[in-house]
Write a protein that binds this ligand. Structure first.
Ligand SMILES: NC(=O)c1ccc[n+]([C@@H]2O[C@H](COP(=O)([O-])OP(=O)(O)OC[C@H]3O[C@@H](n4cnc5c(N)ncnc54)[C@H](OP(=O)(O)O)[C@@H]3O)[C@@H](O)[C@H]2O)c1
Length: 333
């Protein structure tokens, strides 16, 4: 295992707006285990091993006091994108991200003692559909109405996701916070061995022998193991010279055909029924989600992390998949 860059030895006060779902819980657990003080801002609150404080992502309230004198803010708030993108959900997806980010800007800009660093969720989906070249922070092209084959342009839903991501980052960077460094987390799908996330959905398909190639299998999958995600967050907190957008993705994205084959190998399942694009569309409809999560080609490279010296414990998917499956089995034995 690579050694994480060192955070200050003293316990940090870390505030996690929207930290109640899979990524937030994982980070809260990680930081608490390392001796830091975590507070989650939630529309709840709910019972957790760390303090949870009510906010609504739209209005000022007593929650703002928890940011005064904090060391780190990691904002993850936003309506889950795992849904059908009809008009109401689109409004919720957009508003929950842009408004909560603007609100935090307003609050943090006005604090007497603001957190020196604020990491705000963004997404690797901001880049265009790419089969043939890598997308990094310097040379990657943002998506929106791009050609995805000789005659077809990116569908409306993909364009919507890109618009959300662009406007989310614009809302994050639009306010000057001279005492607070800002990093936008362009994260690929975070793979975690806990129920409810992408790993469990794909693993369930594999174990039912339904985990074959999806679509034509040529589209790239960008992914990151949850432990590398947490270590990268620590790295970004510790490295005071890094600001702006940063890709959080393992350095070796791979085509869906190889991705699913490695996941089947990790589960010792020899075969999986393939799901051509039409079947993926139908399945997405019945599962009340969108096929974009599977069919868009995400070929994202973490150049800024690598250039800064970050070392991934899980740079390659076969080893990551094996580790996640082992952890899953260990939890459920
Ligand atoms: N999971 C991934 O692989 C991945 C990849 C790339 C980017 N991201 C981004 O990273 C963030 C965290 O992802 P996640 O999968 O852990 O969480 P998530 O399911 O997308 O939700 C994050 C949190 O947002 C809060 N939320 C939901 N609707 C809201 C609203 N209308 N107003 C204010 N807050 C609202 C919820 O907290 P409460 O209900 O407690 O208020 C929820 O726990 C998200 O912004 C996501 O888009 C995730």
């Amino acid at each position: 295992m690579n050694i994480s860059p060192s955070l200050p030895v003293r316990p940090l006060r870390i505030v996690l707006p929207g930290g109640s779902a899979q990524v937030g819980q994982m980070l809260a657990r990680h930081f608490q285990q390392h001796g830091h003080h975590v507070t989650v801002l939630t529309r709840g609150p709910y019972t957790a091993p760390w303090p949870t404080v009510h906010w609504d992502g739209e209005n000022l309230g007593p929650w703002t006091e928890h940011l005064e004198g904090a060391d780190v803010c990691i904002n993850l708030a936003g309506r889950s994108v795992n849904c059908r993108y009809h008009q109401t959900n689109r409004e919720d997806i957009y508003r929950s991200r842009i408004h909560s980010t603007r609100l935090l800007n307003y609050v943090i800009a006005g604090l007497a003692d603001p957190p020196p660093v604020w990491l705000n969720a963004s997404t690797a989906t901001i880049y265009r559909h790419s089969l043939h070249r890598d997308m990094d922070e310097a040379t990657g092209e943002l998506g929106g109405n791009e050609l995805i084959s000789k005659r077809r342009r990116a569908p409306d839903i993909w364009n919507f996701s890109v618009r959300v991501a662009r406007d989310w980052e614009a809302a994050f960077f639009e306010t000057s916070t001279p005492r607070t460094r800002k990093v936008a987390l362009r994260s690929a799908i975070v793979f975690s061995p806990t129920p409810g996330g992408a790993f469990s959905v794909l693993s369930n398909l594999v174990r039912l022998s339904l985990g074959g190639t999806q679509g034509n299998g040529r589209q790239f999958v960008s992914w990151i193991h949850e432990s590398d995600f947490a270590r990268a967050i620590e790295f970004l907190i510790a490295r005071e010279e890094i600001d702006g957008p940063v890709n959080l993705a393992a350095p070796h994205p791979l085509p869906n055909r190889e991705f699913m084959a490695a996941l089947r190998d990790a589960w010792d399942v020899p075969n999986g029924l393939p799901a051509p694009a039409l079947i993926v569309e139908l399945a997405a409809f019945f599962l009340r989600t969108e096929s974009e999560l599977v069919l868009k080609s995400r070929r994202v490279i973490p150049s800024r992390l690598l250039d800064a010296g970050f070392e991934f414990d899980f740079p390659d998917w076969p080893e990551a998949a094996e580790d996640l499956v082992n952890q899953w089995r260990h939890r459920n034995d």
